[in-house]
Design a protein around this ligand. Structure first.
Ligand SMILES: Cc1ncc(COP(=O)(O)O)c(C=O)c1O
Length: 422
């Protein structure tokens, strides 16, 4: 069941009217549904485990609030991390280090030592030099580290230019044939063991074909790999419905990867967006309605510092009034469709001094006035976690709804917070 629904013209998150939250904590505010997140986690784990033994390692970067991580840790999730800071968060959340995979192209010695000390499951290595460094640091620490080679399979996953990762020209991974040749060199190292192979293809990927192709390549890699290799990590990138996309079901991705079962290894998946993306909205309050010639602007309290995806990736976020007499929205209201009666095109923008501070252009929306609330949907992934204090704007609170209860899982920042550390 959808966690965000309209009842009598008013938006609810689970059993809570989101307006109540905005009136109590102000807007902007991120509002998460616990149920939506956990349903997606359980759905992905069940779909993949039907085809092959799979560990879900939630991608922390997509939304890293420690309370969100705790919910997932309690549900049994592992974690995909990319920094010492993310490792710290996961440990604070009670995450199991033996279900942590540590990715990232430029891990520092301090980060590697921290992860060695906590015995994380895998270091996903992106260069030969990184493997050698981990070997040296592990020797100094008297440890043996499990490493996976992140291969660059040279697959075009047809994502946005800024979120593609698996083409030769991207900085990620080791060129496929070179990685195979490097296997022998790893065997000679005393303090690392080759335990995995990894290929994250980009994000979001709304077809299963790139995964099927990657499975073939990974099977080829495995033919050259030693028996110590126990894990195949296919990364994340599963699609999400922001607008009118029709991303495959988790089961379809799992089926595309099912040939990997023949290898008899454990699969790791690193979903972020597909779990948390549609589990949150970002509430915003209209400060002014302004017209300039033909154009109407809803000037809101939310800026690109709070949600940067539209400015960074031209990302589409469905937006709708929190309260409106107009019928409950369908995400299919694209500009190419005949406008339903009562809507007119507006630009929804923020207060930041950048012309890219725009959430929607010429979007058909119901009438609104100063003080009205809008909901920016699908804001859970790469929303708060990519926010900043640009323009010296304190960051919004994060509120977690569970049934008819809600609690602040991160308070709104204050002006004093802005100066902390300066
Ligand atoms: C290595 C790696 N794994 C997993 C992810 C998560 O991707 P998504 O949130 O699209 O599932 C990313 C995202 O960039 C990534 O770089």
């Amino acid at each position: 069941m959808d966690a965000f629904t309209y009842r009598d013209g008013e938006l609810f998150c689970e059993a809570v009217a989101v307006e109540k939250i905005a009136r109590e904590f102000g807007a902007p505010a991120y509002v998460y549904s616990e149920r939506a997140l956990l349903e997606r986690y359980r759905a992905v784990a069940a779909a993949f485990n039907r085809y092959l033994p799979t560990t879900v390692c939630y991608s922390v970067k997509s939304c890293s609030n420690v309370n969100i991580l705790r919910l997932l840790a309690e549900a049994g999730s592992g974690f995909d991390i990319v920094s010492g800071g993310e490792l710290f968060r996961v440990l604070q959340a009670g995450g199991d280090p033996r279900k942590i995979v540590f990715a990232g192209v430029a891990k520092t010695a301090d980060e590697i030592r921290f992860a060695l000390d906590r015995d994380v499951l895998l270091f996903n290595c992106e260069s030969e030099a990184e493997v050698l460094t981990i070997n040296d640091l592990a020797a100094a620490a008297g440890k043996t580290a499990g490493v996976a080679l992140r291969v660059n399979p040279d697959i075009d996953a047809h994502t946005h230019a800024k979120t593609t990762t698996a083409k030769k020209e991207n900085k990620f991974g080791i060129e496929f044939e070179r990685a195979k040749k490097f296997i022998a060199a790893i065997a000679a190292l005393k303090n690392v063991v080759l335990r995995g192979v990894d290929a994250h293809l980009g994000s979001p990927i709304n077809t299963v074909a790139p995964y099927a192709l990657a499975a073939e390549k990974l099977l080829d890699f495995l033919r050259a790999a030693p028996d110590t290799l126990t894990h195949i990590d296919i990364g994340g990138g599963f699609g999400l419905r922001y607008h009118d996309e029709e991303p495959p079901e988790f089961a379809a991705y799992a089926q595309a990867l099912s040939p990997l079962a023949a290898a008899g290894k454990r699969l790791i998946i690193e979903p972020g967006r597909s779990l948390i993306g549609n589990a949150a909205v970002l509430l915003t309050e209209i400060q002014y309605v302004k017209t300039n010639g033909e154009k109407t602007f809803y000037l809101t309290s939310t800026g690109m510092n709070d949600l940067i995806r539209p400015a960074l990736y031209d990302a589409y976020h469905f937006i709708w009034n929190v309260k409106t007499a107009l019928p409950p929205p369908s995400r299919l209201f694209g500009n190419d469709l005949a406008p339903p009666a009562g809507l007119s095109p507006v630009d929804v923008t923020g207060p930041v001094c950048e012309s890219s501070d725009v959430f929607a252009k010429d979007r058909l929306l119901p009438p609104a006035r100063r003080g009205d609330l809008l909901a920016i949907f699908s804001a859970g992934a790469y929303g708060f976690s990519m926010s900043s204090n640009y323009n010296s704007r304190p960051r919004p609170p994060e509120i977690l709804v569970s049934g008819n209860r809600y609690r602040v899982i991160r308070r709104r920042e204050t002006y004093e917070d802005l100066l902390r550390g300066e």
